[in-house]
Design a protein around this ligand. Structure first.
Ligand code: TYM
Length: 334
């Protein structure tokens, strides 16, 4: 609790081009929850280097992501929007927690297996211990709630296990966080292969809508989205392509799947795909314009970076000092 408010933590990697999945699965919910909680939204650049990055590109993308958080509607006066690498407590807590995490637990992580398969030439120790750093991110701020897409659930379960193990030994040190998964949009699938999640690292650019795609590209990608040959307008797991487009449409318009089915049941897929394209454009176009506006104001963004890093450090240090004491590190002489 901070000032009688529950705490929310979430983060996103500044790796690759963000997709509509990142927006609908995470960022959009962050905005809707931000009044209710004391929020920490991190650009998790330390996680990004588990995969080799070009330094200048990473720096640029990290800043663009931080700007996007603000453009999406997160007020940096009320929400702590900051770079993970500006708060050394993440790394320090991560080390401590890694001594309370079992190899067997990390070995079970499906994202590690996926990423190791994709980057077979660079299976580094950071990639393996990535979920511990993620646990540190969350526990450092004593977060009550963590809004994420479904793909992060396994990491969140591990975070809870680590926190409970630590609390079991040392008393109530950490708040046990709950995941917050949105009702729609928690798993947006590829437009070209609806059995795979929409991903920044998809080799087929037509599978993903990138947040910075221009309107014509968005419309074209929606038009080309894979559906099926059944020709029936239903919201059914047997029609995964259509199911995904309905999810996207609902998430962008606030309508329910039932409403969408009755709205489009008389029309062909083509007409619906056009409507999906327009719905996505109507969300992303204003977002892109706000990003462009904000990018012009360099000193404003700089001040957000500086002030919020200080705020994040303040809360991080509070937890860290408590944890260090519990595990037996000697007190600093001041
Ligand atoms: P990342 O950067 O891969 O994704 C950021 C957020 O977007 C969600 N997401 C999706 N949601 C729906 N459909 C999709 N296709 C889709 N793709 C991505 C993710 O679930 C996530 O919520 N490890 C995290 C970042 C992280 C973090 C944290 C998150 C680091 N520390 C602490 C929460 C709390 C990651 O790589 O997310």
């Amino acid at each position: 609790m901070i000032d009688n408010k529950k705490v929310l933590f979430s983060g996103m990697q500044a790796t690759g081009n963000l997709t509509l999945g990142n927006y609908l699965g995470a960022l959009k919910n962050w905005v809707s929850l931000s009044d209710e909680y004391e929020c920490f939204y991190s650009v998790v650049d330390m996680h990004s280097i588990t995969i080799r990055q070009d330094p200048a590109t990473l720096r640029k993308r990290a800043r663009a992501l931080l700007t996007l958080y603000i453009a999406a509607g997160l007020d940096p006066e009320k929400n702590c929007i900051y770079y993970q690498s500006h708060v050394s407590g993440h790394a320090e807590l991560s080390w401590i927690l890694s001594c309370f995490t079992y190899m067997g637990e990390l070995n079970r992580m499906t994202q590690f297996k996926d990423k190791a398969a994709k980057h077979a030439d660079n299976i580094n120790a950071g990639l393996f211990t990535y979920p511990v750093l993620m646990a540190a991110d969350i526990l450092l701020y004593q977060a009550d709630v963590v809004p994420v897409g479904i793909d992060q659930m396994q990491h969140l379960e591990l975070t809870r296990d680590i926190a409970q193990r630590f609390n079991g030994i040392y008393g109530d040190v950490f708040t046990i966080p709950e995941a917050y998964i949105g009702k729609v949009g928690a798993k947006i699938m590829s437009l070209q292969d609806p059995s795979k999640k929409m991903s920044k690292s998809d080799e087929n650019p037509n599978g993903s809508i990138y947040l910075m795609d221009d309107p014509d590209t968005i419309r074209r990608k929606c038009k080309r989205a894979v559906t099926d040959s059944l020709g029936e307008f239903r919201y059914s797991d047997e029609q995964p392509g259509l199911h995904n487009l309905i999810d996207i449409y609902c998430s962008c318009t606030g309508k329910t799947p039932d409403e969408v089915v009755s709205e489009f049941s008389g029309s062909g897929y083509g007409q619906f795909k056009e409507a999906v394209g327009e719905a996505v454009v109507s969300i992303l176009d204003p977002l892109q314009k706000r990003v462009a506006e904000l990018e012009k104001d360099k000193s404003y963004i700089d001040s957000v970076i500086k002030n919020n890093a200080e705020k994040a450090n303040y809360y991080a240090q509070k937890t860290l000092r408590k944890v260090q004491k519990k595990v037996g590190f000697p007190e600093k002489i001041r």
